[in-house]
Design a protein around this ligand. Structure first.
Ligand code: ADP
Length: 478
């Protein structure tokens, strides 16, 4: 089966296609997905621009009904979509099922948000005048998404964009076009007017670049790597486009001496290694008070040994493969770098062979590391974590904040006082107490500080900051 791009309400064939390969079994081709040519991206941008005035004027009820319908279909097809997602990305079926459910809930959440677009009315400081502050759609939004959440990230950008009356051109990551295509098909059949949502599969340097540079795109929302994000920011800023970026993390998880050790191990295992460590919110720096260092390492090592790394869709698998060869090469390279820097590899870090040929890697735990090592400075984006021992809470907080990133952080402690101090003083956009750094709700803001993020928050009601623009109206009363 071929999969064309959705442009102006029609499925348009491309000249060449992306081959979507299963990272659990490289002999398994998930599908072929046409790449959009530069002219076809042009066509999509024209279609989105043309559709915008009418779409912006639709009633909230029309938008709410459409988004709700999309959420309902995603939920109804949850098993099938999760299977596709696990097959093309390599997260386990349980993880993929969670992600698909989340995508559905996001559409349902924003269906309701379309009905309560916020506004304000104030009295004027001058007599006889009313002041009304309203939020209006921006126009055409270019969405550029990464491979690690193939349906949830397209959903959490598309749903608010449409809810607030914008048109969308989505470019998904080339490694995982299948889930985005399925989403486009659902949106199309839900009855969105032609051009309101467009899917253009293609290379970042061609299709992505065009969405960033073209004046027909009013705003760009991007999730991906730091260097790509920085480049997008510069190019978009040059032409004054609104930009929102979600990039990397080097998220600290602090384990204090008073922590419940079972909780600490469970939280660290999940945060560092589930979803193969391929989450921007993954816990990669495990900052542990010396007094419990040995106990924590023993517990975590034992827990890692129990993990089953295998085919993402096989019953019993707890950790799927790495997404592709180049990511696997990067993960293995960082394992070498860690060893060269003098970190001790407690376990894992090697390529694994399984029944099928896939990108399998044993979860790696480094101990005896320092925060200034490259493995603790740079985002690896794989199943690799480091233990950094510290003498006390104050040093733990200082190490947690000594990073160029600021997405998420966590602390495991039974001290209310230290948990409260950490919440207030850690320099991240999100903070977890006795919970893994990864795994967030869909109805509250998501985003970071420092080098991790740029622009307004995503998700929840805070998404309105990015997907709307404010108008202040002064009206003479008579
Ligand atoms: P990852 O490591 O997740 O692949 P990238 O930042 O390379 O991170 O990719 C994230 C998204 O950005 C993908 O959809 C990719 O195609 C796109 N992209 C890559 N390079 C560019 C670029 N120069 N301009 C716009 N988008 C790009």
């Amino acid at each position: 089966m071929t999969h064309a791009n959705l442009i102006g309400g029609e499925w348009i064939r491309g000249n060449d296609a992306v081959i979507d390969v299963n990272p659990s079994d490289t002999a398994d081709v998930v599908g072929e997905y046409d790449r959009a040519s530069a002219e076809q991206v042009d066509h999509a941008l024209d279609a989105a621009r043309q559709a915008f005035p009418a779409w912006a004027r639709t009633t909230p009820q029309v938008r709410a009904d459409l988004l709700d319908k999309v959420g309902t279909e995603i939920l109804a097809r949850r098993g099938e979509l999760a299977d596709l997602l696990a097959r093309e990305e390599g997260k386990t079926l349980a993880e993929a099922t969670g992600e698909v459910g989340r995508a559905a809930q996001i559409f349902k959440f924003f269906a309701a948000e379309a009905l309560r677009v916020p506004g304000e009315r104030l009295g004027s400081v001058r007599p006889g005048i009313d002041v009304e502050i309203t939020r209006e759609p921006i126009g055409v939004i270019g969405l550029i998404t990464p491979w690690n959440f193939p349906i949830a990230i397209p959903a959490w950008k598309t749903a608010p964009a449409l809810a607030y009356g914008n048109c969308v051109v989505l470019k998904p990551a080339e490694l995982v076009p299948g889930s985005a295509w399925a989403l486009a098909d659902i949106l199309h059949r839900a009855g969105l007017p032609a051009g309101v949502f467009n899917l253009v599969v293609g290379r970042g340097s061609v299709v992505g670049e065009k969405l960033v540079s073209d004046p027909r795109v009013d705003a760009v929302s991007f999730t991906g790597s730091v260097p790509t994000g920085r480049g997008i920011l510069e190019r978009a800023a040059r032409r004054g486009a609104k930009v929102q970026l979600e990039m990397g993390g080097k998220n600290p998880l602090v384990v204090l001496a008073d922590a419940d050790m079972d909780t600490a191990v469970r939280v660290a295992l999940d945060g560092a290694f589930f979803q193969t460590g391929q989450r921007c919110t993954a816990s990669s720096r495990l900052i542990v008070e010396q007094a419990v260092e040995e106990k924590f390492i023993a517990g975590l090592t034992e827990a890692i040994r129990k993990q089953v790394v295998d085919d993402a869709r096989k019953q019993g698998t707890t950790i799927g493969p790495v997404v592709d060869q180049s990511q696997l090469d990067q993960d293995l390279r960082y394992v070498d770098i860690g060893k060269q820097e003098g970190a001790k590899l407690a376990l894992g870090g090697e390529r694994l062979n399984r029944e099928k040929s896939g990108f399998y890697m044993a979860p790696a735990l480094f101990t005896g590391t320092r925060n200034d090592m490259r493995i603790n400075r740079e985002e690896i984006f794989g199943p690799v974590a480091s233990v950094i021992a510290v003498k006390d809470y104050d040093e733990a907080l200082a190490v947690a904040n000594d990073t160029s990133f600021g997405l998420c952080s966590g602390i495991v402690t039974t001290s209310l006082k230290k948990a409260a101090h950490f919440r207030r003083n850690v320099e991240t956009g999100m903070v977890m107490v006795n919970l893994p750094t990864a795994g967030v709700d869909y109805h509250v803001p998501f985003g970071g500080r420092k080098g991790s993020s740029y622009g307004p928050r995503e998700q929840g009601r805070y998404a309105a900051e990015f997907y709307t623009q404010v108008k202040t109206a002064y009206v003479m009363q008579s």
